[in-house]
Design a protein around this ligand. Structure first.
Ligand SMILES: *Cc1c(COP(=O)(O)O)cnc(C)c1O
Length: 511
């Protein structure tokens, strides 16, 4: 077709869009997004809009018979999203482990959707498959893992850990578990994880039919790290009882406090017992880019598999998880099937990623990750991650010297602490329940207030506030403002909530 013929081409479907319209709507949208990024620090982190209000806003009607103009639709939805979303790119969003997303990632997702590669089979996605392979290699390189490892981009940490779990099971179990399963008189397969392990492990054993009872929750030390002595004891007991241990999971940066398990010693123990060693580095593995990272973080290189979330500390937009395996073919060995509706040309050497995991049709998630890695380079990631850790340490120091806070921990970029009002002796047994209730209320108020967004951790029965900094927009001035924001809320709530001191009242907690 000539240029002119292209321009006057008729749209046959309601979903098609003439190039002119796409161009003008697209330009407008990009303008709006650029303004949105600029205005983030001035916006509330969240408006905490009520569910009913949102339902009214989006409309409760049935799907219309007639379609609508695309420009009108965007004009409706853009302000709705900017006003009523929770902005995890806001400089004072420090809740959970959701990063501020690199703007280039948004452009990458637009581009990936435009090309719409299906990264299932190499022929369907030639460039995309090669870019995914390189992104996986680079993530391995960045974290000090094996350059020639296997790997796959997935939706997030849960799926990355899940795939590693399945790969471990296929690799270690001596019978053909893919064919015959683990029912009948097979021994009980057992898995060893610390008490602080993320809930993906429960989903994995459940879905794979291994069963929740297979999880051995190993106790942790005062820093929240798995205790090696307890791990060894439990392994020996299980072996003596005829179980079949196959997997040990270490976490590098657990979700509660960011603690890193003793990965080096765990790896040695796994070698001794012939077990698969998996590291859940969904959050923390990225920090292995820092030479000064804890030695145990660097020891993730000893793992048979590693999960890492580019949508956490590599600052990519949702969704981007990644699993790495030391043996290049470990995922394919666990997931490969060759259906007759796919043509296989043995000459072509490209990788067919559908064979490496659960998904068949797959999005081009690797693009935003690959572009982010190239945009920042190693040095850019070192600076951003180091910056987050320094801000976390600065926050810890500010809270430690403030009379109304009790600090608990700082690991990587996670700080845990609680608000303790003046005049309350936090070590009194009766104070414990009150402080849990008070801090729970403080968090609830912060999460709806819009000024500062934190989350919580529960450590040894204490309800703690938790700040996790995976946010390149957070500045020192944001950190400086935090103690007084929380203390103001804490004081106000304490005034109305604290039980009064009466000598006959056994629940009195005031000093
Ligand atoms: C976030 C996280 C997960 C889960 O990852 P998703 O991307 O939310 O699925 C698992 N483990 C750890 C340690 C995490 O921090």
């Amino acid at each position: 077709m000539t240029d002119r013929a292209l321009r006057v081409r008729q749209c046959r479907s309601a979903l098609d869009m003439p190039a002119e319209e796409f161009r003008s709507l697209g330009h407008m949208l990009i303008e709006q997004i650029a303004d949105f990024y600029d205005s983030l620090p001035l916006r509330p982190v969240t408006r905490a809009t009520a569910p009913e209000t949102l339902r009214t806003l989006i409309g409760t009607g049935e799907l219309a018979e007639q379609g609508m103009d695309a420009g009108k639709l965007l004009a409706d939805v853009v302000p709705m999203l900017f006003e009523h979303s929770l902005h995890n790119g806001h400089p004072k969003f420090l809740g959970y482990i959701t990063s501020s997303a690199a703007p280039l990632g948004a452009l990458a997702d637009l581009l990936a959707a435009a090309v719409n590669a299906n990264v299932a089979k190499w022929e369907l996605s030639p460039v995309a498959s090669e870019i995914e392979s390189q992104a996986i290699r680079w993530i391995a390189d960045l974290t000090g893992y094996h350059r020639d490892c296997g790997g796959l981009m997935v939706s997030g940490g849960t799926m990355a850990n899940f795939l590693a779990f399945v790969a471990a099971r296929s690799a270690v179990v001596p019978w053909d578990i893919r064919r015959s399963g683990s029912h009948g008189d097979r021994p009980l397969l057992t898995v060893y994880v610390s008490k602080r392990t993320h809930t993906w492990i429960e989903k994995a054993v459940d879905v794979c039919g291994v069963g929740i009872e297979a999880i051995r929750w190993i106790g942790t030390d005062g820093q929240g790290r798995m205790r090696l002595d307890l791990l060894r004891d439990r392994l020996q007991t299980d072996l003596a009882e005829g179980c079949f241990p196959f997997l040990v999971v270490g976490t590098s940066g657990n979700v509660s406090t960011g603690a890193v398990d003793p990965l080096r010693d765990m790896a040695a123990l796994c070698r001794e017992y012939g077990l698969w060693f998996h590291v859940d580095g969904a959050y923390g593995a990225a920090a292995a880019v820092l030479p000064e990272a804890p030695d145990d973080l660097h020891a993730l290189a000893l793992a048979d598999s590693v999960a890492i979330d580019p949508h956490k500390w590599l600052y990519c937009p949702m969704e981007a998880g990644c699993v790495l395996t030391k043996r290049k073919d470990a995922l394919r060995a666990a997931f490969e099937f060759r259906p007759d509706y796919y043509h296989f040309d043995e000459q072509q050497s490209g990788v067919n990623y559908y064979e490496h995991g659960m998904q068949n049709s797959r999005a081009f998630r690797a693009l935003k990750v690959w572009l982010a890695l190239r945009q920042a380079g190693r040095a850019g990631y070192r600076d951003s991650i180091r910056g987050d850790i320094r801000l976390a340490e600065a926050l810890f120091a500010l809270l430690a010297e403030h009379p109304e806070f009790e600090t608990n921990s700082v690991n990587l970029s996670i700080v845990t602490f609680r608000y303790v009002p003046r005049g309350l002796e936090s070590t009194q047994p009766a104070a414990k329940n009150y402080l849990n209730t008070l801090n729970r209320s403080v968090l609830a108020e912060l999460q709806t207030g819009g000024e500062l967004f934190l989350s919580n951790a529960i450590v040894d029965g204490s309800y703690l506030l938790r700040a996790c900094i995976v946010n390149f927009r957070t500045l020192q001035q944001d950190i400086d403002a935090i103690p007084s924001i929380i203390a103001e809320v804490g004081r106000r709530l304490d005034e109305t909530m604290r039980p009064t001191t009466r000598s006959e009242d056994s629940t009195a907690v005031a000093a």
